[in-house]
Design a protein around this ligand. Structure first.
Ligand code: THU
Length: 133
């Protein structure tokens, strides 16, 4: 993926993080996903007083893209705190796997990020191959 695309995705993820609704954990997360045709969709975590009803930033970003008819993706960027690389939770890994997201960019800052290849996200994942076998 080109550096300019990484920069654009990170910028969108940082901007999405500003909208995070995280009054319970106080851990704001932003995500931005790039489609095959170069569009970017943003998501942030949206918590709830009923804790399990909270949504992660990654799934909100994917939902926003899917609602616009986009299902083919190049990469997703995630930004939480500066202290650590915020990596996707187990449920989000399952959803990223569903849409074959090939690259996950976990950022601490705009200059400090790591890449996770999609194929390394969820070994032995359950998916439609099992359902259709
Ligand atoms: N969270 C995300 O939005 N994405 C992640 O990758 C990790 C965790 C959110 C869920 C919850 O609102 C808060 O961060 C603390 O777990």
């Amino acid at each position: 993926m080109e550096k300019k695309d990484v920069t654009a995705l990170l910028s969108a993820a940082f901007s999405a993080r500003e909208q995070a609704y995280a009054p319970y954990s106080r851990f704001s997360v932003g995500a931005a996903i790039m489609t095959e045709d170069g569009r970017i969709y943003k998501g942030c975590n949206v918590e709830n007083a009923s804790y399990p009803a909270g949504l992660c930033a990654e799934r909100c970003a994917i939902g926003a893209a899917v609602a616009e008819g986009k299902r083919a993706f190049k990469a997703i960027a995630i930004v939480g705190s500066e202290a650590v690389y915020t990596t996707p939770c187990g449920i989000c890994r399952q959803v990223l796997h569903e849409f074959h997201v090939p690259l996950v960019i976990c950022a601490r800052t705009r200059e400090d990020y790591l890449f996770i290849e999609g194929e390394n996200l969820l070994p032995h994942a359950f998916d439609d191959t099992a359902l259709h076998s």
